[in-house]
Write a protein that binds this ligand. Structure first.
Ligand code: SAM
Length: 309
């Protein structure tokens, strides 16, 4: 059963492709050993905002060790700051919140641009950078993270009336959960070392674009290409060979174009489930809506999730 409760830890940033809406579908595909084994290692190789991470750690206290990874350095440094220096982070965020909240709209925008410049100047101080990262995430347009070719964050100001910049309670809850989490930055391939019998991976890569205009894959300077999707399918084969379990999410390109069997071919050895999800990546609100996604796993599951295939 999905625990929905304000007292639980949840993502400390908004993140494109966040999985809060798909937790029930993910839960239905979890491997059985999560419910019975005492000694579980959980790996999330594309952690993003961590919707699945924070949920699963609270749902399964028998996960004794967890490893998270993402290619986004600023995001990963913020996880590290929350794990190691939550109080200092909270104090800077409170200060920023005080400075921001009582300003007029025009002054807020100016303040936002100044903090964005400071963030892009890459201060040595990781705690300050983490605070700026959270501030920009809460006040920029749609909570996007986008960088230009020079790696500079360039999302515009977001015009929110009352953004929560410092959620002290949630940061402290995330801190508690991150105590048992090893935090890595880099390509997903470096997380293969952890695969073994009692290991479960949740893999949520940047999605393969369903058409040329709908995609959002620019979480970093490097795009996630079809070659990377193929590398990821080989990574899944290796997890399986080592006796580990995985669930992987991606876009369902086949529902849009029946001739496109990219994922059906890559993952023909596994179970492919088709699910519907709400997505917020289109900047035009009227074009946001339900899209099809696929979820692939390598273990028997309690429920089949396929919709009309
Ligand atoms: C769809 S998002 C994950 C969303 C996450 N499940 C959540 O709930 O917020 C994909 C993530 O993959 C990361 N990423 C992109 N390329 C990567 C790579 N080669 N290796 C590891 N992470 C990568 C991005 O920075 C982004 O955070």
């Amino acid at each position: 059963m999905i625990l929905k409760n304000n007292t639980l830890a949840r993502p400390f940033v908004k993140w494109v492709g966040g999985k809060t809406q798909l937790l029930s579908e993910i839960e239905a595909l979890l491997p059985h050993f999560l419910y019975s084994s005492k000694n579980i290692t959980y790996v999330e190789s594309f952690v993003g905002g961590g919707a699945v991470l924070f949920w699963i750690l609270q749902q399964f206290p028998n996960i004794h060790h967890a490893i998270i990874n993402d290619i986004n350095l600023d995001l990963i440094n913020t996880y590290k700051t929350i794990k190691e220096n939550p109080k200092e982070l909270i104090s800077i965020l409170k200060q920023i919140e005080k400075e921001y909240i009582y300003k007029s709209e025009i002054d807020r925008k100016e303040y936002f641009l100044l903090q964005r410049e400071l963030f892009n100047s890459k201060q040595e101080d990781i705690i300050l950078n983490s605070a700026l990262f959270i501030f920009l995430n809460k006040t920029c347009f749609n909570g996007l993270y986008r960088v230009n070719n020079a790696g500079k964050f360039n999302v515009p100001y977001g015009k929110y009336k009352k953004p929560t910049i410092c959620d002290e309670e949630n940061i402290l809850k995330c801190h508690e959960l991150l105590k048992k989490v090893e935090i890595l930055q880099g390509d997903f391939s470096q997380t293969l070392n952890y695969a073994g019998k009692n290991t479960f991976y949740y893999l949520d890569p940047p999605y393969k674009p369903i058409n040329k205009t709908s995609s959002f894959t620019a979480y970093s300077k490097e795009n996630f290409t079809d070659k990377d999707q193929i590398r990821l399918s080989e990574f899944c084969d290796n997890i399986s060979k080592k006796g580990g379990y995985f669930i992987l999410s991606n876009s369902d390109v086949n529902t849009i174009d029946k001739k496109d069997s990219f994922f059906d071919d890559l993952y023909s050895m596994y179970h492919i489930h088709r699910v519907m999800a709400s997505r917020m990546i289109n900047s035009n609100a009227s074009k946001r809506g339900k899209i099809y996604e696929i979820m692939i796993n390598n273990s028997e599951t309690k429920i089949r999730l396929d919709y009309g295939k």
